[in-house]
Design a protein around this ligand. Structure first.
Ligand SMILES: [Zn+2]
Length: 428
């Protein structure tokens, strides 16, 4: 096996016109870092026609005309930065008098970063790692990584004539460079695939965006699962004529538990003797009653005798009739949610005990106002669980980079890491 063949296969350089000699590998300091440098040459017979004037070669109009050296960044070898010092053949066209350089598939014209390095950066951008680390690992600048991400983003195409039948809407805290405080994302509720991420979650922006889809695509949407953010309701009514709104069950529970918590805090602040008990065991009050432990007697800090969890909760609830009525309503709503019983849920909301607290009353009023969406939450199996997972991923990505300034860059990383954008076709 010749030395050229060995080096070409080790470095994965697929160009038949590369040549390496015996002593082509050396250790050199490049930008102050000890690096491996492979010295090679690129040469082939003069091309049959001139790329500038188009004249053909039979009369030897194009001849070899010296060389030009360039230093190309390669992916690191054994964790050492690696470079290719490539002597490229120059050609002269006698016809037009212009000179040009031999071209190669290992690097783009006027670029000093090999295509292998670019692909490696793109693949690293799919990992949960910061851009700074990627730049360091590939001995390139942060700006190079950013511009590569921008090129990758150009591959992200949205099909305006198709939408899946079931969607999920959600939002996340955006980056500094965006006017809106919250950005919007929506996914396919069945596959969990991200469909798009928009900088602004406000109604006019969303309506403008969704109206850019074809009418057929919008009419194909059957359900949209979302939280209680009211502009989303208008967006769905406006853009998806056949879609049913599903309130996310997690958000319904969150609304109810917040209301119960407020009730507890209000009573706690008035009740001096039981302040500590009400403050300490807040979590037990929010628990679904069937999940409370009714077997084991345990010691509790604020109580002298051994008690079961269920006794403790009953003790707290019995302290105040308002708290008791609110707690009982909360529990019956949780039961209906768990059993997926829309009738029982609505019945409980429509005929509440007059003693229930104000915050709980407001909460159930807002649920009654969105009656259909609540019923759908209990009839359909879709929920925003998938999107909350994506939201966690977004938080991780943001933290890795210590925040992002550019929304597009942030979006590109989210799309890459969530496998929505595949970088393989970015190199040709
Ligand atoms: Zn020419």
């Amino acid at each position: 096996m010749s030395i050229t063949h060995s080096i070409v296969s080790v470095l994965n350089l697929k160009d038949p016109h590369l040549h390496f000699s015996e002593d082509c590998v050396s250790s050199q300091s490049i930008r102050g870092v000890d690096s491996l440098v492979f010295s090679g040459s690129l040469s082939y017979d003069p091309p049959s026609s001139c790329p500038l004037c188009g004249s053909s070669n039979p009369g030897s109009a194009i001849i070899k005309h010296g060389t030009k050296s360039s230093l190309i960044t390669l992916p690191s070898v054994s964790r050492r930065p690696a470079y290719l010092r490539l002597k490229k053949q120059r050609f002269l066209c006698k016809h037009c008098g212009h000179t040009f350089t031999a071209s190669t598939s290992i690097v783009l014209p006027h670029c000093f970063i090999s295509n292998n390095t670019r692909l490696s950066i793109a693949l690293d951008a799919k990992m949960k790692t910061s851009e700074k680390d990627i730049a360091f690992r590939h001995s390139v600048s942060h700006a190079t990584v950013n511009s590569l991400l921008q090129q990758l983003y150009q591959d992200f195409k949205v099909q305006r004539n198709f939408l899946p039948p079931h969607l999920c809407f959600d939002e996340f805290r955006s980056v500094k460079g965006v006017d809106a405080s919250m950005s919007f994302l929506f996914l396919n509720a069945e596959s969990g695939q991200i469909l798009n991420i928009l900088p602004d979650r406000r109604m006019p922006a969303l309506i403008r965006y969704f109206m850019s889809y074809s009418r057929k695509a919008r009419e194909a949407v059957k359900t949209v699962c979302m939280d209680m953010y009211s502009p989303y309701f208008s967006v769905v009514h406006h853009c998806f004529p056949h879609a049913k709104i599903i309130l996310d069950r997690f958000h319904i529970v969150q609304l109810l538990s917040r209301a119960l918590n407020k009730t507890r805090v209000n009573f706690m602040n008035q009740s001096k003797p039981h302040y500590n008990k009400l403050k300490r065991y807040w979590k037990l009050l929010l628990k679904f009653e069937d999940d409370l432990n009714d077997q084991d007697f345990k010691k509790w800090v604020c109580f002298p005798s051994l008690m079961r969890e269920i006794d403790l909760v009953h003790f707290l609830v019995e302290l105040d009739p308002e708290l008791k009525a609110t707690y009982e309503l909360y529990q019956s709503l949780l039961t209906a949610l768990n059993r997926k019983d829309p009738d029982a849920f609505l019945q409980a909301c429509l005929n509440p005990d007059p003693l229930i607290s104000k915050p709980m009353n407001t909460a159930i009023q807002s649920l009654v106002e969105r009656k259909e969406a609540v019923i759908n939450a209990l009839t359909y199996s879709f929920s925003n669980g998938m999107i909350e997972g994506t939201n966690n991923l977004i938080k991780v990505i943001k933290r890795l980079a210590f925040g992002y300034r550019s929304f597009i860059q942030f979006k590109t990383r989210i799309l890459l890491i969530s496998n929505t954008l595949v970088p393989c076709h970015f190199l040709n």
